[in-house]
Write a protein that binds this ligand. Sequence first.
Ligand code: APR
Ligand code: ZN
Length: 257
Amino acid sequence: MVGAGISTPSGIPDFRSPGRGLYSSLQQYDIPYPEAIFELSFFFRNPKPFFTLAKELYPGNFRPNVTHYFLRLLHDKGLLLRLYTQNIDGLERASGIPASKLVEAHGTFASATCTICLRSCPGEDFWADVLADRVPSCRVCTGIVKPDIVFFGEPLPERFLLHVADFPMADLLVILGTSLEVEPFASLSEGVCSSVPRVLINQDVVGTFAWHPRGRDVVQLGDVVHSVEKLVKLLGWTEEMRDLVRRETEKVPRVNR
Ligand code: APR
Ligand code: ZN
């Protein structure tokens, strides 16, 4: 289970870190309160702030970091049952984790839907408008095109229901870079059997690790990259990680920021 804290090392702000999280830097967007930027009622009144933020988060501007590649290595070693992410930055896919292993619980920018005729349109269509500071409109009915990310109050993607089978089957739960503040995602942390170890890798103790700790919980506090590198060393995977990161970063053109 992961959240925005695994992407801050890639340069993407998280939501709630005091002072530097997105929710404390949205004053520039002329919105009544931070979460409004992800609320449908506000979006239909004024979609501009959301698309300004979307341009900031344009996936082409960022690259996966060691944390994403650690999760990719778990997959390569046949150890990753599923990766449940709240992130909409697409960096899990960019690290090479196949879509079949991913549950993007809060949706994705990879596709978009017309809010009037519900036509689906591929991401590249609307990014051209977003990067040109235009509100993307449907080619057919001129309705506003909204990326397929989950706004507050919207249902989660159907794939989220995979958790019903996945969590009881898991023999280890690793949670990285999330405040565990948003439901129903946060409650997944209670979904594994009581005998299954849960590992939290985060700046601070959050959610169920604070108010409902279990006997086999392990909490590793501090910077996520530092913690992951320590874990990789303990696992004896440092060489493999270095090779994987080198191979993957050589594939990607330099980011022209
Ligand atoms: N190393 C370790 N922990 C970090 C790092 C880092 N480099 N950067 C941030 N964190 C931690 C923060 O301390 C915080 O506990 O990651 C957590 C990020 O929490 P949030 O900002 O609340 O992000 P997230 O949990 O993903 O938010 C969940 O809220 O607004 C909605 O839809 C949005 O998906 C998002 C959801
Ligand atoms: Zn339309």
